[in-house]
Design a protein. Sequence first.
Length: 180
Amino acid sequence: MKLIEDIKNYIGRFLLGREIAQKKLKRKFTSFNDVQHIGIVYNAEKKEEEALVVNYANQLRQDGKKVFLMGYVDLKQLPHSKKFSMQSEFFWKEKLNEFNLPMKGKIGRFLEMDFDLLLNLYFEPSLPMQAIAAYSNAKYRVGAKIEGGLDYIDAMIDVGQKKELSFLIEQIDFYLKNIK
């Protein structure tokens, strides 16, 4: 079964890469002080990590930013514990095509929103989450250093062996607030 998933992901990455190459992307880094709208893509399967992401989003909102969350659940059905809100959505396997790429028409508002900044708060090279980053209308995308990840984001943060979400958030926050 893993072999089939690997083949589907290989084809999906090829198709996504081709689509990205055809797009005329306009990237623009905006000083954190001037950022108004932030999108966050994260793995919504682990409760403790989801709590960290939600807390960080609330901190950003206290700084006057508009933040919208997009959580990914690697299951066929969305668990009943996951609730959509005005500021967050989820996607899951049912929203993916046969090559593990999100079906744009089934994702919701996230892909229609314009973000000054997109934060990719995950470490795994998950094709569905990386595709959401690539499809999003974000001027600039930041995330953890993932092999092959630069195809889907603009800046990667290397946390070395300390692959903890809290540390990644700390590092991203530090760099964003200190780069002018």
